[in-house]
Design a protein around this ligand. Structure first.
Ligand code: GLN
Ligand code: ZN
Length: 449
């Protein structure tokens, strides 16, 4: 082909790539040599085009080749023990030995929950005061000790509020987390963070995803102390709160020198040990959020089954070592999941809470069509994305509709998602009404028995 007819380009738009590696002041030069943001990719495209045109810039190519070689052999990237443990997982299956129905009976003996138990998804409002203490500890304006004291006080007030509202399964409110992926990435080996690596996620929303550059491991427990402290404040069950391996993967920039599924297995192993440490710390209910499982579904139909296979397997790995009496929850953030309902069932969680209220109850149609779901399920009874405060009767009516297709003993009552972006003036009346709605339905169920 004549050279004039060949166009050299990146494989897709640079829209979802960070802008310029030069703006990264906190990454060391070795790590930077392994990365290319949009500005660097454009330089590479030009270098390739020139090379094809007989004007090869030898220096660019040799610097690149030595960067690749150092990455292939670096002990910062490669951890043989992790590779071996994660590699061993791929071929085999992992699941809890007891079927979910029997597990739920065992759990109920300890948890003694009412019918239609109430809970929330994890975060409580991130107030300006909370953001201030997080900012100040980062910039060393306040000490670690002062920070911990402020977080403890926040947890105590969130616990007290939930007891007052008479919620059955409590959360600690996640005040120590700025972001549900970043919080874990910062404590795992194999991750780095940028200072300016913003990319568009949707609409005008931007995110700064972590970069997974090496084998992933968990040097220390990440959430156990906060969960133990939170549980010590209440006699009600407190949910341990983790982000699942698939969501951590899907919301990060993932290394390209091994299949995504290999990286996911490594993350799964780290979360698995965290789950087991929470259990050993006396936490009886553990929620592993897989908010982004559905959004990672490949567009090409032919690739979907394989993705779902390893993604669901990765989730099951995290829970495969717990006792029957430990209740595993998961949460997912999308409404349209009817097409993957069988994969969701295959995750084998004890309870799943999902977005529902904006989907016109499409979700319920799968159950109408006869899909049986033996585990607990909490289709959100109100939309947390809106400041509107839902009234009691509206939520009661939603629960009635769910009861028409789901057995009362599997149904949970909860909002759609976390309450992080809402204000207390909205959250308190909304949850008050939600608990009232659950109580109305409990009374209705008791009177029709
Ligand atoms: N546990 C998280 C929270 O409540 C879940 C957030 C999400 O699903 N996006 O904030
Ligand atoms: Zn959610």
């Amino acid at each position: 082909m004549p050279a004039g007819k060949v166009v050299v380009s990146t494989s897709c738009s640079l829209l979802h790539t960070a802008v310029d590696l030069q703006n990264e002041t906190k990454l060391d030069s070795e790590l930077k040599s392994w990365l290319a943001f949009a500005a660097q990719k454009v330089v590479e495209v030009v270098a390739i085009a020139h090379a094809l045109d007989g004007k090869k810039n030898e220096e660019i190519f040799s610097v690149n080749a030595s960067a690749q070689a150092s990455r292939r052999s670096s002990s910062r990237v490669h951890n043989e023990a992790v590779k071996k443990a994660a590699g061993a997982l791929l071929g085999s299956d992992h699941r809890r030995a007891t079927p979910v129905g029997a597990r739920l009976d065992e759990q109920q003996k300890h948890l003694k929950l009412p019918i239609l138990p109430t809970t929330t998804i994890g975060s409580f409002p991130q107030t300006p005061e909370l953001r201030r203490v997080r900012r100040e500890v980062k910039s060393k304006k306040i000490t670690e000790e002062e920070y911990n004291k402020a977080i403890k006080a926040e947890i105590a007030s969130v616990v007290e509020l939930q007891e007052k509202l008479d919620i059955d399964v409590l959360v600690h409110g996640e005040p120590e987390r700025n972001d549900m992926v970043e919080y874990f990435g910062e404590q795992l080996q194999g991750f780095v963070f940028t200072v300016n690596g913003w990319v568009q996620s949707y609409g005008s929303r931007c995110v700064k995803p972590p970069i997974i550059y090496g084998d992933v491991s968990r040097p220390n427990a990440m959430t156990v102390e906060w969960s133990k402290y939170s549980q010590s404040l209440t006699a009600r069950p407190m949910k341990g709160m983790l982000t699942g391996p698939v969501t951590i993967l899907n919301w990060s920039f993932v290394r390209d020198d091994q299949p995504r599924s290999d990286t996911c297995m490594q993350i799964a192993l780290s979360i698995k040990v965290e789950v087991e440490d929470l259990e050993a710390g006396g936490i009886q209910v553990i929620q592993i959020d897989e908010a982004a499982l559905r959004e990672g579904l490949p567009l090409r139909k032919a690739e979907q089954a394989n993705y779902l296979d390893w993604a669901v397997h990765a989730f099951r790995i995290t829970t495969s070592g717990v006792k029957d009496t430990t209740q595993i929850h998961t949460h997912m953030c999308y409404s349209n999941f009817n097409d993957i309902i069988h994969s969701i069932i295959d995750m084998d969680a004890d309870v799943i809470t999902i977005e529902n209220s904006r989907s016109d109850e499409k979700l319920l149609s799968v159950f109408k069509e006869g899909v049986t779901y033996a585990a607990g399920i909490g289709p959100g009874v109100y939309d947390i994305h809106s400041p509107r405060i839902p009234d009691t009767e509206e939520m009661a009516e939603r629960i009635r509709k769910m009861l028409a297709v789901l057995e009362s003993k599997v149904l949970w009552v909860n909002p759609d998602c976390g309450l992080k972006t809402r204000k207390y003036q909205e959250v308190v009346p909304a949850l008050t009404n939600m608990v009232k709605a659950a109580k109305i339905l409990r009374a209705e169920l008791a009177s029709t028995k």
